[in-house]
Structure formats: structure tokens, C-alpha cells
Design a protein around this ligand. Structure first.
Ligand SMILES: C[S@@+](CC[C@H](N)C(=O)[O-])C[C@H]1O[C@@H](n2cnc3c(N)ncnc32)[C@H](O)[C@@H]1O
Length: 95
């Protein structure tokens, strides 16, 4: 329920999991500024459940490595990556 509220207020994609306050419009700007391409790697430090990193990977085709000291968060990120079909191009070590 909290996730749904945050996503709705910030205008984020319905399946993006985040505890941060970057809005959908902000995410659009980040994606444009990074200009990542297929084969390049996004390093998502303190990436939590991988919400933003996985969304950027989904939009750009880049690879993503997410680092977080929460084993629960990294496990959720791995699961999310599989669900999105980007498990093979993402890494969330730990846990
Ligand atoms: C506010 S959350 C943001 C998570 C994610 N970036 C997002 O936008 O949804 C901060 C994250 O930083 C992680 N974190 C804090 N200190 C850390 C550290 N020293 N090493 C790795 N992760 C850390 C926490 O576990 C938490 O998932």
C-alpha cells in the first residue's frame, strides 16, 4: 500500500519499487542525461530493491549492477529482475 501511494504521487511506473523521491519526470531526465546504451553497465549504489536501476535498464537496454547492504532488498531486486526479463543482464550481489 505504501509502495502504491508513493508511485501514484510521484507518477512512477506501476511496478517500480522505490523508497526515494525521484518522480517519473525526474526519472525521464535521468534516463536522458545518462544516455546509456545496450552493453553499458549502470552501477546502482545503495540501489535498494533495484526500482530505479531496473527501470533505467528496461528503458535503455543497459546492464545493471545493484549494490545494497540489505540482503532482503537485493533478493527482492533479483526477483524483480527475473520478472522483468532482465535477470540475465543484471547483478545484485549479496544476500
Ligand atoms: C532511501 S533507500 C534508497 C534505495 C534506492 N536507491 C531507491 O531509490 O529506491 C537507501 C538505501 O541505501 C542502502 N544503504 C545505506 N547505506 C549503505 C551502505 N553503506 N552500503 C550499501 N547500501 C547502503 C539501504 O539499505 C537502502 O536500501
Amino acid at each position: 500500500m505504501a509502495d502504491e501511494l508513493v508511485r501514484r504521487v510521484l507518477g512512477l511506473p506501476p511496478d517500480l519499487q522505490s523508497t526515494s523521491l525521484l518522480s517519473g519526470a525526474g526519472l525521464d531526465e535521468v534516463v536522458a542525461a545518462l544516455d546509456l546504451r545496450a552493453g553499458q553497465v549502470l552501477l546502482d549504489l545503495a540501489g535498494g530493491r533495484g526500482g530505479y536501476g531496473l527501470e533505467i535498464a528496461r528503458r535503455s537496454g543497459c546492464r545493471v549492477t545493484g549494490v545494497d547492504f540489505s540482503a532482503v532488498a537485493t533478493e527482492q531486486a533479483r526477483h524483480r529482475a527475473q520478472t522483468l526479463g532482465v535477470g540475465g543482464s543484471s547483478r545484485f550481489p549479496g544476500g
